[in-house]
Design a binder for this molecule. Structure first.
Ligand code: CTP
Length: 398
């Protein structure tokens, strides 16, 4: 049920706009309050009178008739969810580039609520690299993309690009709101990013981790209602994540101390950081001068955070580790699962192009304690984060 949920439905110029009439009816029947905004082109495809009658609210189309800027700002702040269905190829491109030449685009740019997009277009437009690039951009902005269907298209061709059916979109919206509270009351710890081990005051040993995977996990947990602490190594990404308690650390030892201090009260811990395995035995107080042809730096092992949390884990606490491998991937991941006493290991292989450090995508396999293995396709790190939290939820919080 969607009782009391405020939903802004944007409709753009696509033949699939006729299906939005049914979508409005389904949402209103489920208890939602719906306001409809149409682009000027959408008016040719669906009657505003029908939409306003079904939504019991006036349909908004014009940026200037609607008393200028305060209206679009307030609409964007009013909603619990904004969904644009159908989203035409043209409007999709405009959203990706921040264009603002109609009311719907202005509301999108002002929206502070989550935004979902249900594209609809002919197959060739759907597969064009420009559209693909625009979708990647919209995904990066944090929009939720509702996958298109395959079937008969307006052109008469059969292929990909059909908007998801109104019933499927309504189900997606219900699941979205249910998820928002699914981890309410749970406390979660996430580590992310690299660590830097200082050699002298100007040099350090580090690695290429961008922190993107761990940050996506922290955001997904937060979105589902968990109270999240993110222990974050030095990364160049934005470090203010609303609603997430961020503890900034530099070295493996600082990351260990931060995790050690809070693990006891956590229900769930996900170790996504690329922690240095070794650190210099001595950190030089002054800059090391260039003298000999060869320089030896003695290193010692850092504390393994995942292993130490695995050893003190109490019943009811769920501990998830990552394994970044280049060879014998599955065997190494299983070995880490057992030896570090984790409940689950997420494997990513550097052999998969598009997986691992710095990329916006990842390809994972999850191993759980019962010996099961779950394989996933290459996806955006945001979608991978959702897959990981779905797997944890279905095994431990169902
Ligand atoms: N990890 C950790 N503390 C460390 C090293 C690793 O908590 N000092 C965690 C990572 O965050 C990850 C998991 O252990 O969740 C596996 O990390 P990975 O680098 O793949 O493996 P290592 O244990 O370091 O082993 P190896 O380098 O030999 O593969």
């Amino acid at each position: 049920m969607l009782n009391g949920k405020k939903i802004l439905l944007g409709i753009t110029g696509s033949i699939a706009a006729y299906k939005s009439i049914l979508l409005v009816r389904l949402l209103v029947k489920a208890g939602a309050e719906v306001k409809v905004i149409m682009t000027p082109a959408a008016k040719d495809f669906a009657p505003a009178l029908t939409l306003s009658t079904l939504s019991k609210n006036p349909v908004l189309t014009d940026l200037f008739d609607e008393q200028s800027w305060s209206n679009h700002v307030m609409l964007g702040r009013w909603a619990d969810l904004m969904i644009i269905a159908p989203l035409s190829c043209n409007s999709l491109a405009k959203l990706a580039h921040g264009q603002c030449d109609n009311l719907l685009l202005a509301v999108y740019l002002s929206a502070t609520c989550p935004v979902a997009l249900a594209p609809a277009m002919d197959e060739d437009m759907w597969h064009h690299p420009a559209t693909k690039q625009n979708l990647i951009q919209l995904d990066k902005f944090g929009n939720h993309i509702i996958p298109v269907n395959s079937g008969e298209l307006a052109s008469g061709l059969i292929g990909e690009g059909r908007m998801a059916e109104p019933e499927a979109i309504a189900d997606w919206i219900s699941a979205f709101f249910n998820q928002q509270t699914s981890l309410k009351g749970k406390k979660a710890l996430v580590t992310a990013g690299p660590t830097y081990e200082h050699i002298d005051p100007v040099r350090f040993m580090g690695n290429h981790s961008s922190g993107k995977m761990g940050i996506a996990l922290a955001e997904e947990l937060n979105r589902r209602g968990a109270t999240v602490t993110l222990v974050l190594g030095p990364v160049s990404l934005q470090s203010s994540l609303p609603g997430i308690n961020i503890v900034h650390v530099l070295s493996a030892d600082e990351m260990y101390q931060a995790c050690d201090a809070c693990f006891e009260k956590m229900d769930l811990a996900i170790m996504a950081a690329a922690v240095a395995d070794y650190t210099p035995v001595n950190k030089a107080e002054e800059k090391i001068k260039k003298k000999e042809d060869q320089l030896t730096i003695n290193l010692q092992k850092t504390k393994d955070i995942l292993r130490s949390l695995g050893e003190r884990k109490k019943s009811g606490q769920v501990l998830v580790g990552f394994a970044l491998e280049t060879n014998n991937e599955a065997a190494n991941a299983r070995e880490k699962l057992l030896s570090k006493k984790a409940d689950m290991i997420v494997l990513n292989s550097l052999k998969d192009a598009g997986a691992g450090f710095g990329t916006d995508t990842n390809k994972i396999t999850i191993f759980d304690k019962s010996g099961k293995q779950f394989d996933f396709d290459m996806k955006s790190k945001k979608a991978v984060a959702a897959d990981i939290i779905n797997s944890i939820s279905s095994i431990y919080y169902a």
